[in-house]
Design a protein around this ligand. Structure first.
Ligand code: DLL
Length: 434
């Protein structure tokens, strides 16, 4: 099923003409309204009028996560705050989040793109959508919510957590579609079984849209079998719009169609920054071409993928990106929350008595991500009474919970027990097999 035939099946030539027009408008707009972009363009001797064809995209400078941090919170907005009707945020590399904004029209665009996403998964009016993506600053909850409402489905805005209650509601309300992270889907199944239910038989679910973290083909098969549903991979990032950047289709389940009438994707060599041809693997880069409040020019996602321009059997003409399985930086996604080791480090370093030697151990138990923070204490603390050590552990757990909303385990270890490295310190052990 296709939500917007006109755009989603647009002949390539027509699509490219539209992209060029929209790109030119966006470039003019950021040059005129965002000092950060104007300065960058001026330094390169670049004028908006230099963008004459789509190939000229590569003349434009890249934007990276630290640019967002440096312009925290609203410095990259392209409209006055009075036109911003919503903000969302996600983790940056330091304690401060990166902040994105939406005008009324951006919210409409986003709802349209999520309507397309859910429709591509076969969800329609009459479906009941159990939306267990988190509501709040994270884009998952509200993104899926608006899309589901737009297609006329009934939304259960359950958000994340309180899993037993979720199972009761899934049993009683009979949702036909599930939206959440893939790992949470499997956790829901575990809890359902503990409650004496069979997720394949006791729910009415037909389909699920899963994303916000990497998952594999094996995991898809496991989810599909466990719930007896179709599992669709959906992709997005806050900086570009949230979910609704690309989606698989039910027909092929083979690559995610990028909504190219709103975002131009590129794959670049992460080392040289050179664009790579279709089929080659590299770093995904997006330029938004319709956003008003927060347009991004050549935003380097750090996600690794490739692009496929073959026409899909579903009829969509948009290129497909390969499922994202890795990143070029050290960002971890723990229970759907983006976590940079550097953020944990700065939280730890604010606590008296801890040494700057730590190890983060990420694992998945009962389909839920777990985080253990091992950190060395100094000699003085180490010789203190046990009660004091316990207090310190509690403080670490509390601070990390406050920072990310994730409950971790903290293990304080003796001075000089965490292995020192001679080169790049290895601070993360990720035992999850996705
Ligand atoms: O995770 C938006 C989203 C919400 C996507 C719900 C899909 C469903 P952020 O919190 O900004 O936004 O995190 C973006 O998550 O750069 C990827 O590294 C990762 N990611 C998102 N979707 C997928 C996916 C949302 N389907 C970061 N597969 C991105 C693999 C994904 N990784």
């Amino acid at each position: 099923m296709i939500w917007n035939e006109h755009y989603e099946t647009m002949p390539r030539e027509e699509l490219e003409a539209l992209q060029l027009k929209r790109l030119q408008t966006t470039v003019e707009r950021v040059y005129a309204t965002v000092p950060f972009y104007r300065k960058k363009f001026d330094e390169m001797g670049l004028k908006p009028s230099h963008i004459k064809t789509l190939k000229d995209l590569k003349l434009l400078p890249f934007t990276v996560k630290t640019d967002l941090r440096d312009n925290y919170p609203f410095g990259l907005f392209s409209v006055p705050m009075e036109h911003v009707v919503r903000v969302h945020a996600s983790s940056g590399t330091t304690g401060k989040p990166i902040v994105v904004g939406y005008t009324r029209r951006d919210i409409d665009t986003w709802a349209e793109l999520m309507a397309r996403t859910l429709t591509a998964a076969g969800i329609h009016k009459g479906d009941i959508v159990h939306n267990a993506y988190g509501y709040g600053l994270f884009t998952g909850g509200l993104g899926a919510h608006y899309g589901a409402e737009k297609i006329g489905a009934s939304v259960i805005p359950i958000s994340g957590g309180n899993t037993k209650r979720q199972i009761m509601i899934m049993k009683d309300f009979g949702p036909t579609a599930l939206t959440c992270t893939p790992s949470y889907a499997l956790h829901l199944a575990d809890v359902a079984r503990e409650m004496g239910l069979d997720p394949a038989k006791d729910f009415r679910l037909r389909v699920g849209c899963f994303g916000a973290e990497p998952w594999s083909e094996n995991m898809r098969q496991q989810i599909e079998k466990t719930f007896n549903i179709d599992a669709i991979d959906i992709f997005g990032l806050s900086e570009v719009i949230g979910p609704g950047v690309s989606t698989e289709c039910l027909e092929a389940k083979n690559g995610l169609h990028v909504f190219e009438d709103h975002f131009i994707p590129e794959i670049i060599d992460p080392k040289t920054g050179e664009p790579l041809p279709y089929g080659e693997q590299g770093e995904l880069v997006f330029t938004s071409i319709t956003k008003e409040a927060f347009p991004v020019i050549r935003y380097r996602t750090r996600d690794i993928s490739s692009l496929n321009c073959e026409i899909c059997k579903c009829g969509r003409t948009f290129v497909r990106m390969a499922r994202v399985t890795g990143r070029t930086d050290d960002m971890l996604i723990i229970r759907g929350v983006n976590v940079f080791p550097s953020q944990i480090e700065s939280a730890l370093m604010q606590i008296e008595g801890l040494e700057p030697h730590y190890m983060l151990i990420v694992d998945r138990k009962d389909n839920l991500d777990t985080l253990e923070v091992q950190v060395e204490v100094n000699e003085k603390v180490f010789s203190d009474e046990v009660k004091k050590l316990e207090q310190l552990e509690k403080r670490v757990v509390r601070d990390i919970k406050e920072l990310f909303g994730i409950t971790c385990k903290c293990t304080l270890v003796e001075p000089k027990t965490i292995q020192r490295s001679e080169g790049k310190a290895q601070r993360v052990i990720d035992k999850r097999k996705i």
